[in-house]
Design a binder for this molecule. Structure first.
Ligand code: 9MR
Length: 364
């Protein structure tokens, strides 16, 4: 379908050139924002800043209190992913206590602004609460804790979450199950299938995903996911998608093999998605990226978007925050930064315009 759209654009462009159309000024009148430029079958998303590293900063919760931020969030995106607000340590801080307020607010905002929500995440090794990490539980108890968490959280937002990252980062760089994942270590890898089954029972309409970083190029990690996906599908486990987070660094080159990776999962009948794209760079002294760096960054963003556009069932393209003001990158990679598509004052970088133009061209 997207191929057909490109043909139409080409034909129109030819016609316009030949007949010298009087008012060519608004070549893409629909291209004012990312969401309005995008093909109708592609959601354009962002992480919604809050929790996690933001807690260490002196600013108040960005999603709740930064009005200009909220305005851009509503205007530019038609999908949102809670950056931390649905993670275990945030939403389930004590064994018998859930903290739904912040996640509820995001889901409500999304409803008001015609946005889909990507739920993140249910089974992960990181950002688990102390009561879970440090508790002493039997295997049966752990299993029932996970099951009841999934039924409670997925059930609460039943019908309101388009895609759930059910299993996040379950393999290490060698393609082995991560032993620091409490669920896998204590209950064995079979727990992954159960998590998908429980999430599906709790919300039969949500699309259920495997999600990871370091899968932008072929290698043992991608192989591990492909093998797992085949196994789960053969067992009729409700797995619907595979997602590449795509946290990129200009140190390691453009994601020029991403389309091929996504295609392998599309070939299995799965949906694919880009879920956490950002492109960090080594900042010069003074912290301001050079024009050349911004151009290279834009080209990486475009390569990632092109990969998604090239694959039939890649219907969700999410960047991990849209402004450097709140990016996680400088906190975790002190020498690097400027990873998002807008500067701290929300002015747009070349990466923003490149994404918008590429979306507009791909739109039917
Ligand atoms: O952006 C998130 C940041 O606020 C948290 O402090 C951090 C802690 O692990 O997690 C960040 O988000 C991660 C996401 O949930 C999973 N993939 C990697 C992301 C960047 O670390």
């Amino acid at each position: 379908m997207r191929r057909a759209a490109r043909t139409v654009v080409a034909v129109l462009a030819t016609t316009a050139t030949l007949s010298f159309v009087a008012q060519p000024v608004q070549a893409h009148p629909q291209t004012k924002t990312l969401r309005s430029a995008a093909p109708r079958d592609l959601r354009i998303g962002t992480a919604v800043a809050g929790g996690g590293h933001h807690v260490e900063h002196s600013y108040p919760d960005p999603f709740t209190y930064d009005r200009p931020y909220r305005k851009v969030l509503a205007k530019e995106f038609n999908s949102v992913s809670p950056e931390n607000q649905m993670k275990w340590e945030f939403i389930h801080p004590e064994r018998n206590k859930y903290n739904f307020g912040p996640a509820d607010a995001i889901v409500k905002f999304a409803r008001q602004h015609g946005q889909a929500v990507r739920g993140h995440t249910l089974l992960w090794h990181s950002q688990n609460p102390a009561w879970l990490n440090e508790g002493t539980f039997t295997k049966a108890e752990l299993r029932s804790i996970l099951k009841s968490h999934i039924f409670t959280v997925v059930g609460r937002y039943r019908g309101q979450i388009q895609q759930w990252d059910v299993a996040n980062e379950i393999f290490n760089e060698n393609g082995e199950y991560r032993q620091e994942n409490i669920w896998i270590r204590e209950l064995g890898p079979g727990i992954v299938a159960d998590a998908f089954r429980w999430a599906h029972q709790a919300d039969p309409r949500a699309q259920l995903f495997l999600n990871d970083y370091g899968v932008e190029w072929p290698g043992v990690k991608v192989d591990a996911y492909e093998t797992l996906a085949k196994e789960l599908l053969a067992q009729r486990v409700p797995l619907h998608g595979f997602a590449s987070q795509a946290h990129l660094s200009m140190r390691y080159g453009a994601p020029d093999q991403l389309a091929g990776v996504l295609q392998r999962f599309d070939d299995l009948g799965l949906k694919t998605a880009i879920t956490e794209l950002d492109v960090r760079m080594d900042l010069p002294e003074g912290g301001v990226p050079t024009a050349e760096q911004l151009t290279t960054q834009a080209s990486y963003y475009k390569t990632a978007l092109d990969a998604c556009l090239a694959v039939d069932d890649c219907n969700s393209f999410t960047i991990w925050g849209f402004t450097d003001k709140y990016s996680w990158v400088p906190v975790f990679f002190p020498a690097e930064g400027a990873a998002t598509v807008m500067f701290e004052d929300f002015t747009k970088k070349p990466a923003y315009y490149t994404l918008r133009d590429t979306l507009a061209r791909a739109r039917r």
